[in-house]
Each structure stands twice: as structure tokens, then as C-alpha cells.
Design a protein around this ligand. Structure first.
Ligand SMILES: Nc1ncnc2c1ncn2[C@@H]1O[C@H](COP(=O)(O)OS(=O)(=O)O)[C@@H](OP(=O)(O)O)[C@H]1O
Length: 393
């Protein structure tokens, strides 16, 4: 007991204080991410040096309430099905007023301008969440969204984006319909760029029973990503100007990194932004295949405005990551949570009803059904709201 004299106790106390000062942030991060905010608050009132640290505020301003009004401009082929599912689960969880675009052209709504009358909403009531394929116009934020809406979009490298879209839109089979013979992927892309208008016209030769292909003509346009943002000329100045209307742009090839930053911007929990990768069509082997340089060049020229947009959004994300003092830790914790979420979605002990409401299916054929179920639920809510309004007038 000689060891526990007053001096040694003081030394131990100073040592603990130093350790806390050194690892202060990590403790905060851990408490926040594992959802022990309340526990920490109570502990903080008992132990003064565990009070909310200022360093935490730099990462997520805890004085700010979680964001409950979001508009996501769903940009085709940028991981947008995955992101939309995450946002819809978030919307359901916090009972947000979700407004869906009710025009459903075989899931190919792009490039329709958003119209109030085509949204599932009560006249004169604002939306808390829109996450559909729409051409963005800042006016709709003012007009349709509840106040202080968080405006976001997603972007993908133009080459990856083009190849994903090319496969989805079955342009290769349109090319083959034109030239009356089968060619490989790269040759078909060369013919596509050389005879762009003829290939577009091929879509008008599809008959009604092939209608899904007919609508795909609208996807075969240059700069699809910037067009979704409502960018017309695609100059750098115009892109920067439009990007100023956005609070955040998710970069598909840095999806996890984007989710870490997004979580902090929305000030929500990590469980609110975990995801299951959906709508994957290209296999890993296909993704690793070397793209012929002439094709890469042609794709980038075809999508020059999208390349500018991608570079700016990517740089902005990089800057956010760089100014984040504890990014690696936050990313590690996020990935850990992703694993927990995935095992919950695949665990036989978790009731199917729970899985159906929080786990979007990974299979391409099932991805639409998940959204349709949420849409149907929201339509029922809307219907009863409309009837209540009718009965009260
Ligand atoms: N989390 C995440 N991170 C990165 N990439 C992802 C993610 N989720 C989906 N994907 C890839 O995005 C492609 C599908 O995009 P969308 O869902 O936007 O397509 S769609 O417009 O709704 O049809 C599709 O690309 P391809 O497989 O190359 O076609 C998916 O693999």
C-alpha cells in the first residue's frame, strides 16, 4: 500500500489526463459511432474531462439537428439505386414525407423535368425527401421541399459510367441490328461513335413488344450526368455555378468515403447510411479488362462536360477527406458497420419482415421491387391523408 501514496495517485491521475487528451477524439468518435451518445452524456456529467470535446464538433456539428429534408438528384448508373434505397429507408425510419415521381417509364424516367402534379404529394404540402431521376432545377427546392433542404447528387467516372450505361441500354444489340452482324464490345462502341445518329434512329424501329428498348433512346446522349443536374452548355463556369446549389456529391468510385462524409453532413447515425450494393451488372473480371485507348478517348470526348463535373466533385471530396483529421478511423468504423449490416441481412435468425424493410436485395431483378414496395406504402399514406383533407373540408 506504500505505492499508493499521494504523489503516486497524482501521477496516475496526470497520466490518465494525458492519455485522454491524446486519444480524446477517438473516444468521442467511438461513442458516437456505436450510438452511445446518451451514455457519454451521462458519464460526462459525472466525469468532467469526458464532457463533449471541441474536436468532435469539427467533424460533425452536434448542435445541428440531423438533416430531415433531402433532395437527391438520382443520376443514372452512378450507384444511384443503392443510394436511393439508403435514403428511402432513412425516410421511412424518420417518417419523412417522401414524394415519388409517379411517372414510371419502365424505370427510365430520365430526362423528365420534375413536375409537381406528377409527384405523390398533397397539394400545398411540402416534401421532406425526393430521390428520383429528375432534371435538377434550383427552383424546385424552394417550391417543393421543406425548408433547409440538403441537396445532393452522385457522379461516376465518365468511362465507367458510359460502359455501365452502354451495357444497360443494349446499344451493342442496336448496333448489331444496324449492321446485321455480331461484333465484339469494343468494335460495337467504335461503330456507335462513328454512326451515332443512325444508332439512335435504330431505337425508333423497335416495335411495341420491344418497348423497353425504345425508351432507351433517351439515355443515349452525351453528358448524361451533367444533364441530370440541369447543365445545358457544360462549360466549366456553368458546372461550378450549378454545383454551388449542391451540398454534396457522392463519388461512386469512392462510395464508402462519400458515405463517411455524407453521414457527418447529415449529422445522422452510421446505421442511416450503411448500404448493400445494388444493380451490379458488370462482373469484376469485366471491370479489370483493359480499355482500348482510342475508345477511352472517344468516351471522354463524348462526355467532356461530365469529365469536368467528375473532376470537380472528386476534388471537393478529396478536400473534405484531407481536412478531416480522423478520416481513416471513421472509414474503418464505417466498414465495420457495413459488415454488421450485411450479416444482419443474411442472418437466418433475423425475421424476414425486418429484412424486407431494411435490406434492399442485391439481385438486379429485385432492386425495383424494393422501391416499389416503399412507394406503395407511401401511396397508401398519401391516400389516407387526401381522404382526411377531403372529409375535413
Ligand atoms: N455502392 C456502390 N459503389 C459503387 N458502385 C456501385 C455501388 N452500388 C452500385 N454500383 C454500380 O452502379 C451501377 C448501377 O448504377 P445505378 O443504380 O445508378 O443504375 S440505374 O441508373 O439505377 O439503372 C452498377 O454499375 P455496373 O455494374 O458497372 O453496371 C453498379 O455496379
Amino acid at each position: 500500500m506504500k505505492f499508493l501514496n499521494r504523489f503516486n495517485i497524482l501521477l496516475i491521475f496526470v497520466f490518465i489526463m494525458c492519455m485522454y487528451t491524446l486519444f480524446e477524439f477517438n473516444i468521442d468518435v467511438v461513442f458516437h459511432y456505436i450510438g452511445f451518445k446518451e451514455f457519454k452524456k451521462n458519464l460526462g456529467s459525472l466525469i468532467p474531462f469526458l464532457r463533449k470535446s471541441s474536436s468532435w464538433k469539427k467533424v460533425c456539428n452536434m448542435e445541428t439537428k440531423p438533416q430531415r429534408s433531402i433532395i437527391y438528384v438520382k443520376v443514372q448508373k452512378t450507384g444511384s439505386t443503392t443510394l436511393r434505397s439508403t435514403l428511402l429507408i432513412y425516410g421511412k425510419q424518420y417518417k419523412l414525407n417522401i414524394c415519388f415521381d409517379s411517372t414510371n417509364l419502365w424505370g427510365l424516367n430520365w430526362p423528365n423535368a420534375v413536375e409537381e402534379l406528377k409527384l405523390t404529394k398533397v397539394y400545398n404540402e411540402k416534401c421532406d425527401l425526393i430521390a428520383d431521376e429528375l432534371i435538377f432545377d434550383p427552383v424546385i427546392v424552394e417550391k417543393l421541399m421543406n425548408k433547409d433542404a440538403f441537396v445532393m447528387a452522385s457522379v461516376r467516372h465518365p468511362v465507367e459510367h458510359f460502359l455501365s450505361l452502354y451495357k444497360y441500354s443494349r446499344i451493342q444489340s442496336a448496333v448489331e441490328r444496324l449492321i446485321l452482324k455480331n461484333v465484339d464490345l469494343w468494335e460495337s462502341i467504335r461503330i456507335f461513335f462513328k454512326h451515332y445518329q443512325l444508332v439512335r434512329n435504330i431505337y425508333t424501329t423497335y416495335r411495341e413488344n420491344e418497348v423497353r428498348d425504345k425508351y432507351q433512346i433517351d439515355l443515349i446522349q452525351p453528358n448524361l450526368q451533367t444533364r441530370s443536374l440541369g447543365i445545358i452548355n457544360g462549360t466549366k463556369a456553368e458546372i461550378i455555378d450549378r454545383l454551388d446549389a449542391f451540398h454534396f456529391v457522392v463519388v461512386a468510385d469512392k462510395y464508402d468515403e462519400s458515405m463517411v462524409i455524407l453521414r457527418e453532413k447529415l449529422c445522422c447515425t452510421i446505421q442511416d447510411v450503411v448500404y448493400r450494393k445494388q444493380n451490379v451488372r458488370r462482373s469484376n473480371e469485366e471491370a479489370k479488362v483493359q480499355i482500348p485507348p482510342d475508345i477511352e478517348k472517344a468516351i471522354l470526348e463524348f462526355n467532356y462536360a461530365d469529365l469536368i463535373f467528375y473532376n470537380i466533385a472528386n476534388n471537393r471530396l478529396r478536400e473534405e477527406i484531407e481536412k478531416h483529421t480522423y478520416f481513416e478511423q471513421a472509414l474503418g468504423i464505417f466498414k465495420h458497420e457495413l459488415g454488421l449490416y450485411e450479416s444482419k441481412c443474411t442472418n437466418d435468425d433475423v425475421p424476414q419482415t425486418v429484412k424486407d424493410s431494411i435490406c434492399p436485395p442485391k439481385e438486379v431483378a429485385q432492386t425495383g421491387i424494393f422501391v416499389e414496395n416503399i412507394r406503395a406504402e407511401q401511396q397508401n399514406i398519401l391516400l389516407s391523408k387526401l381522404r382526411d383533407k377531403f372529409n375535413s373540408t
